[in-house]
Design a protein around this ligand. Structure first.
Ligand SMILES: [Zn+2]
Length: 702
């Protein structure tokens, strides 16, 4: 539902007052309430002052009061009626005027008139906004996106706190609201203490396999591997996901990649400089603290052993900044289950995958390995590490991933580490934590509430038009590129034609029963940790099912309230959720020219990702397939090198930008800005190449 109260309400109220005075002059309201009421008063002859008994005076006072009340109610009804009438009239005539008033206020409010635009256009155009928005103390940067983020968060929080409208058991609306309440209920969470996590640890055999030994069960590495990956969704040694096959986007495939470190980057484990040594020391303290809270014995020794194993993993992990991790073609290695077993002999893959996927995989089942060397080494590493240490490492990984949902002492311990790593002095406010968890575990249920209130289908159509306009400009520019040969140009334009665009929200969000189906697990407002576990288990169930299902090209990766947009190369698809289609980046009442300058640059950015150093490796169907001719591709790389060199010379917060690592984003930024700039606000049908500003020579494909 589109809401435009801020300006129209003021405008309409003025009109209502005018209409009321017109009716009032006749002395009669159209509904005639005052006449009816008058008729109920007993009539007395008008001679001299009437003598009223005390009872009559009381009765009369009551009647006068009631009549007054009815008059007021009548007035309100009339005002409402008149407002509706006026709005209908306004739709025909004055919407444009209202929009212009709104725009002129917006622009005037952000301009700094004291600055000469010929000398400093940026300060002239944005000075007013900058004056009104100081950078908050707890932030390094602040801008339009951050401001929209704050507004969206406020809207979502208000929606979550509203009473439940569909209170039945299976209702997704009930679940997301009760989940939010369970997260805010710190008294209950503190009362539970470590208990919910201790139950999980016991389920996994307990520290040092104590629980397993007590039950005299034989320790089983694969069983624990199944529990960590297939029940608690925690990456140990590697990650296991179901994803689109990069070389055949019409099917899903199991992907195995390097993973399993707790600290965010391998170099932090290697202690090669002062900064990483400090972080490593803080991590060690954190480990001991958490292990103590979780009832482990010999915490110092245990922490050392787990840390040493993580350090050995870090040694064989390839940095995400390494060139090797930027070339999907060289990472991609499709193997059969039989081959995988030969490459990594110390795992029991068939047993593990059959257990997780409730299947009976054949030796020929194909899986994609994204880190073949790493997996070979991990297989060796588990072979040479004592069982007890492997076991404690796996338990540690589950504990560290789930502890953020436990009581205050756990959250304090996590914050101490975060303070060292990120410099965040204050712990995140509980309301924000719970909102982010609601977004994570109930994205679509929350999104449905957001869309109903803050995004209309009319908006969807307008954004669609913006996207079409910008795609049209890219098509024109592809046509005009002088460095691209005809064969590549044809393929590039075909890729543009095939590109799927999704705007606002997925259609099933308008159907409450369909949303309920996304959350078929139990939620209760008093059991926060259990709610999280239920959600994780259900997500695993959905992922597991996908492996034998047809690819759903219309599935969304982000919920509609996300303040983000993305281009997905393996689907050749752009997605713009309702969360980013908000004022001031996009306003359905703004003229399209202003929207081009806001959301238009983001649309152009995502579009350009389809042709950058990563997205450009995928063809129109989303397959990892080289569609450029060699000569055009080498020219593209040469031009990309210019951007690498340009950004290599920029410095941000005293650090040199790495032009190579940021290449894709930089290409997309430049391409997006150019496309939004060249798109002409001329009406459709009157468009011609002459109507656009002449473009400077291209640096990149877009
Ligand atoms: Zn980007």
């Amino acid at each position: 539902m589109e809401k435009t109260y801020s300006l129209t309400a003021h405008y309409d109220e003025f009109q209502e007052v005018r209409y009321v005075s017109k009716y009032s002059s006749s002395g009669t309201l159209p509904n005639g309430f005052n006449l009816q009421l008058g008729a109920t008063v007993p009539k007395k002859p008008r001679c001299g002052l009437p003598r009223w008994s005390r009872r009559e005076i009381c009765l009369l006072s009551g009647l006068v009061f009631a009549a007054g009340l009815c008059v007021i109610l009548g007035c309100i009804l009339v005002l409402k009626y008149v407002a509706l009438e006026y709005d209908a009239y306004c739709l025909k005539g004055c919407q444009e005027r209202k929009a212009l008033v709104k725009v002129s206020r917006f622009v005037a409010g952000n301009i700094d008139h004291t600055i000469d635009p010929c000398k400093d256009f940026y300060s002239f155009a944005c000075g007013g906004w900058l004056r009104r928005h100081a950078i908050p103390e707890d932030k390094l940067i602040y801008g339009i996106i951050a401001a929209i983020g704050e507004q969206n968060e406020e809207k979502l929080r208000r929606l979550l706190l509203r009473p439940i409208r569909r209170p039945y058991q299976a209702s997704a609306e009930r679940k997301v609201k009760e989940f939010f309440r369970s997260c805010l209920d710190m008294a209950e969470i503190d009362q539970q203490g470590a208990r919910p996590m201790l139950d999980v640890l016991e389920d996994c055999g307990g520290w040092d396999m104590a629980a397993a030994t007590a039950r005299q069960a034989r320790w089983d590495f694969n069983e624990l591997l199944y529990k960590t990956q297939g029940v608690y969704s925690t990456a140990v040694f590697f990650s296991l996901t179901v994803n689109l096959d990069d070389k055949n986007s019409s099917r899903y495939v199991i992907r195995i990649d390097q993973d399993g470190l707790t600290l965010s980057e391998r170099t932090l484990y290697l202690g090669q400089d002062e900064e990483s040594e400090k972080i490593l020391a803080a991590y060690r303290i954190f480990m001991e603290r958490l292990l103590s809270l979780l009832g482990a014995e010999n915490v110092e020794q245990k922490a050392s052993e787990i840390l040493q194993l993580e350090q050995r993993l870090a040694n064989i992990t390839v940095s995400e900044y390494d060139d090797l991790r930027r070339d999907i073609n060289s990472m991609y290695n499709k193997v059969t289950l039989g081959e995988l077993q030969r490459i990594t002999p110390h795992f029991k893959w068939k047993r593990l995958l059959d257990r997780i996927f409730h299947d009976n995989f054949s030796e020929d089942e194909e899986v994609v390995l994204l880190a073949t060397d790493y997996m070979q080494r991990v297989s060796e590493l588990i072979h040479t590490t004592p069982i007890r240490i492997l076991h404690n490492y796996m338990l540690w990984r589950i504990a560290v991933v789930l502890s953020e949902h436990l009581s205050t002492p756990f959250r304090d311990a996590i914050h101490e580490l975060a303070k060292e790593m990120e410099g965040a002095e204050k712990q995140m406010e509980l309301g924000k934590v719970c909102l982010s968890q609601a977004n994570k575990h109930f994205g679509m249920a929350l999104g449905a509430l957001f869309v109903e209130e803050y995004f209309s289908s009319a908006s969807k159509a307008k954004v669609q038009q913006l996207v079409e306009d910008i795609k049209h400009i890219l098509d024109r520019r592809l046509e005009e590129l002088d460095w691209m040969d005809e064969e590549t140009r044809r393929a590039a334009r075909a890729k543009l034609q095939h590109m799927m665009v999704m705007i606002g929200y997925p259609d099933f969000l308008l159907n409450p029963e369909a949303i309920d189906k996304e959350y078929e697990f139990e939620v209760h407002e008093k059991t926060y940790f259990k709610n999280i576990l239920n959600s994780i288990k259900f997500s695993i169930k959905l992922s597991v099912k996908k492996i034998r299902q047809e690819v759903d090209k219309s599935a969304w990766l982000l919920p509609p309230q996300a303040l983000n947009a993305y281009y997905l190369p393996n689907k050749n698809q752009m997605v713009f959720p309702a969360g980013i289609l908000q004022p001031t980046l996009y306003d359905p009442e703004f003229p399209q020219s202003l929207n081009y300058g806001g959301i238009g640059t983001i649309i152009g950015h995502e579009l350009t990702h389809g042709y950058d150093d990563w997205g450009g490796q995928y063809d129109r169907h989303g397959n990892l397939m080289h569609w450029w001719t060699d000569s055009s591709y080498s020219k593209f790389l040469k031009k990309a090198e210019c951007i690498v060199n340009l950004y290599d010379n920029f410095t941000v917060y005293n650090q040199r930008v790495n032009g190579k690592h940021t290449l894709g984003e930089n290409i997309a930024d430049m391409g997006g800005l150019k496309l939004a700039y060249y798109v002409s606000p001329a009406p459709r049908g009157k468009r011609s190449s002459q109507s656009h500003v002449q473009s400077p020579p291209n640096m990149v494909s877009a």
